[in-house]
Design a protein around this ligand. Structure first.
Ligand SMILES: NC(=O)C1=CN([C@@H]2O[C@H](COP(=O)(O)OP(=O)(O)OC[C@H]3O[C@@H](n4cnc5c(N)ncnc54)[C@H](O)[C@@H]3O)[C@@H](O)[C@H]2O)C=CC1
Ligand SMILES: O=C(CO)COP(=O)(O)O
Length: 312
């Protein structure tokens, strides 16, 4: 089965590199002439050379002819891409994390025009995957045979995939942990301490479970790689761009708006989720306000700490 990665940013490139170390893979991106010439992605993953089996293509039709497509464009670009390309007959794996702001849908729902849709999510930084450091991710697909095929095709000696049938649980874990990571970065950026971060992570995890439960996800999924695993990584590492945005907000510093920070739009999308599903999501809501500039870190903490006392 042929594999193509759509989107040549950090994550798409890293996936193509690890897959290309064990067999042919095509990497398609909008602006990849430099990558074709240099056989590396100098902007996102400098100094990691492409394996010989990795073909960088500017021909989208060629890439879309592959049997398996890994969609590694940012979440807010996914629906636009899908609406303008025919994915029927394809097995498509969403590699992006988030909730679409316009529709409130996660990646699997957006990919429902494909023959088979799956989600690849969990704790991994692109740089780690590209360098061949050990990583473990969740491959979620509702059809068991498809999940087994994808697990076998996409696992590599350093990238270990675990199967799950709980697509909604897996994708919500990946979407929501980014929002909590912005909050944790803000706490650390403002110098509020490790204890405050642990509290925010834990209470943020409770909100993740609340949202996932409302969508019918299995509780166990949130305890796995795609939930707790990715939450832990993203809330504690300054390699994370979501955490970095939080650090900047907490410290009152400017942040480069061109950086992909999925949690910012997802925090906004969660406002609608909270209203529609009548969910109490104080941390996610406060992160949305912080990102929007409606509150500063002091106002955000006052809001959270001033809430009525309750049972855990
Ligand atoms: N970077 C990482 O360590 C990881 C990223 N992810 C996820 O992967 C997704 C992509 O993130 P990154 O690759 O890191 O971002 P990135 O900012 O490095 O790259 C995004 C790429 O998508 C391209 N792109 C944007 N809109 C497009 C469109 N409409 N059509 C085609 N290409 C388009 C951009 O040109 C860019 O090359 C995100 O949802 C992120 O959460 C998941 C795990 C790890
Ligand atoms: O999803 C990631 C780690 O699993 C990457 O995190 P950032 O998008 O915050 O960099």
């Amino acid at each position: 089965m042929s594999v193509a990665v759509i989107g040549a940013g950090a994550f798409g490139t890293a996936l193509a590199i690890t897959l290309g170390r064990q067999g042919p893979v095509t990497l398609w991106g909008r602006d990849v002439a430099g990558m074709q010439a240099e056989r590396q992605n100098p902007r996102r993953l400098p100094d990691v050379h492409f394996p010989d089996d990795l073909t960088v293509s500017t021909q989208l039709e060629t890439a879309l002819a592959a049997d398996i497509l890994l969609m590694a464009v940012p979440m807010q670009a996914l629906a636009g891409f899908v609406s303008s390309h025919d994915l029927s007959g394809k097995t498509v794996v969403a590699c992006c994390k988030g909730i679409d702001l316009n529709t409130g849908f996660g990646p699997a729902k957006i990919l429902e025009t494909a023959q088979h849709a799956a989600v690849l999510t969990g704790p991994s930084f692109a740089a780690d995957i590209a360098r061949g450091l050990p990583t473990a991710l969740t491959l979620a697909c509702s059809q068991d045979a498809v999940a087994r095929d994808l697990q076998a095709q996409l696992s590599t000696p350093t990238l270990r995939l675990y199967r799950s049938a709980d697509v909604i649980g897996a994708e919500l874990g990946g979407a929501l942990k980014n929002v909590i990571a912005i909050g944790c970065g803000a706490v650390m950026g403002a110098g509020l301490g490790h204890s405050a971060r642990a509290a925010l992570m834990t209470r943020g995890f409770a909100e993740m479970q609340r949202v996932a439960g409302a969508y019918g996800a299995q509780a166990d999924t949130l305890m796995g790689l795609s939930g707790l695993g990715d939450l832990t990584l993203t809330c504690t590492s300054d390699q994370s761009r979501n955490y970095q945005l939080g650090l900047a907000l907490g410290a009152g510093r400017a942040f480069d708006a061109s950086v992909t920070v999925e949690g910012a739009a997802t925090a906004q999308a969660l406002r609608r989720v909270a209203a529609d599903r009548k969910l109490d999501l104080p941390i996610c809501g406060t992160v949305a306000d912080l990102v929007d500039g409606h509150v500063d870190i002091k106002g955000a903490m006052d809001l959270l700490l001033g809430r009525p006392l309750k049972e855990e």
